[in-house]
Design a protein around this ligand. Structure first.
Ligand SMILES: Nc1nc2c(ncn2[C@@H]2O[C@H](COP(=O)(O)OP(=O)(O)O)[C@@H](O)[C@H]2O)c(=O)[nH]1
Ligand SMILES: [Mg+2]
Length: 374
């Protein structure tokens, strides 16, 4: 072997002058590392941030590979979003923070649309998303919704919303939507679990890289202050729920009155935990039923007509009537469990999941929004 090698003229040359090979290789290595380290140092500046945008291409050769991918594609086909600078603050409107309003809708109420249209937050910063069930109610709701959208979106820039997305539900839904039917305890698990799937579908399809906030607003919330979005963002909370009430005519006095409607905004109780501990793995607790007395403090009962509208209270469960959520809470994975999660589902399970992800959940007992009275 030794003899064979030394007969090769190249090997003999290298043996005599090893520098002739080592020198150019060293130069190449130095150049490579120079470019490699410069490309990684530019991205490491953001390494302390939540999201990282280091380029996949590293150094000379990889850069060339990227340019091959980019060839023959239309100009500006790549959009860059830096989620580190996407803000959610108490000064949302001034900072032009975008809000996505999401509504599962089985019924279109003109009062809902009027209320939405009156919101004074800059409409060019508001996107809307709807999910409509695939049943007869849904057909009617869709027709009315589309007409309303068409009308609003052809108005002036001040009225128009940034974007409107309407989804048709691919999961099943219950047909009967009479209040007494949908509130019967035995249908709660099935109904709420379907609602959870619809909500998840809606948020995961419509959330965009520019969304700072998500407002969950049910289709039967027909009255909110026009400054709803400014008022809620002001608190700068990860999850913040309004107190849902209902207007009605008091039969005895004949006078207009209000009463609590949504009992899903609650604080966990000893009794609630005790009930949960005794349940089978797939059983759930639903709030507001005498059959299952949890004695949880309900936000609906904390309303004080003379109290400060900005009073906050920490919550463990929320309803879906009118809830503002920082988009990052959803991006981190908080969704609406369609299965028992700590014996909770849908919006109540969502609050639990947000908390398990380390976010705080709050409600505004004195900030009322009104549910439609059927
Ligand atoms: N996509 C979808 N939305 C629904 C369905 N059922 C109800 N909704 C909507 O979901 C929200 C909450 O439902 P709702 O029946 O009002 O619940 P409740 O107020 O707690 O009785 C409302 O905006 C409804 O219009 C359904 O099957 N599919
Ligand atoms: Mg409702």
């Amino acid at each position: 072997m030794q003899i064979l090698y030394s007969k090769n003229p190249y090997v003999r040359y290298i043996r005599r002058k090893p520098l002739s090979v080592i020198a150019p290789i060293s130069v190449l290595l130095v150049l490579y590392f120079f470019f490699f380290s410069s490309s990684s140092s530019s991205s490491s500046s953001s390494s302390g941030s939540k999201y990282n945008y280091s380029k996949k291409s590293r150094g000379w050769f990889a850069k060339n590979r990227d340019s091959v991918v980019l060839k023959n594609l239309p100009k500006n086909h790549i959009s860059h979003y830096d989620l580190n600078i996407l803000s959610t603050s108490s000064d949302a409107l001034a900072k032009k923070e975008e809000i996505l309003i999401l509504t599962p809708m089985s019924k279109f109420l003109p009062q809902y649309w009027e209320n939405l249209s009156k919101l004074t937050y800059d409409h060019s910063l508001i996107s809307l998303g709807f999910i409509v069930p695939r049943n007869e109610d849904g057909d009617i709701a869709l027709k009315n919704l589309e007409a309303a959208v068409k009308k609003t979106q052809s108005l002036d820039n001040k009225s128009k919303f940034k974007k409107v997305t309407i989804l048709r539900q691919d999961s099943s839904s219950l047909d009967s939507q009479l209040e007494k039917d949908r509130h019967a305890l035995k249908v709660q698990k099935e109904r709420r679990s379907m609602m959870a799937l619809a909500r998840n579908s809606l948020v995961f399809t419509t959330i965009s890289p520019t969304t700072s906030w998500v407002l969950w607003l049910d289709a039967d919330i027909i009255e909110t202050p026009a400054t709803l979005l400014q008022d809620l963002t002001l608190h700068n909370k990860p999850v913040l729920s309004c107190n849902v009430y209902q207007r009605y005519v008091d039969e005895s006095s004949g006078s207009n009155s209000i009463r609590p409607y949504d009992f899903n905004n609650w604080v966990e109780s000893e009794e609630g935990l005790k009930i949960a501990a005794g349940l089978q793995e797939d059983e759930i607790i639903v709030e507001g039923y005498a059959e299952m007395a949890t004695y949880r403090p309900l936000m609906a009962h904390f309303y004080d007509a003379n109290g400060d509208k900005n009073t906050e209270m920490a919550l463990d469960g929320v309803g879906g009537g009118s809830v503002l959520v920082k988009a990052d809470v959803h991006r981190d994975g908080a969704m609406f469990p369609s299965f028992p999660f700590y014996h909770l589902i849908e919006t109540e399970g969502f609050a639990k999941m947000a908390k398990r992800l380390g976010y705080e959940v709050f409600g505004l007992p004195n900030y009322l929004v009104y549910h439609y009275n059927e």
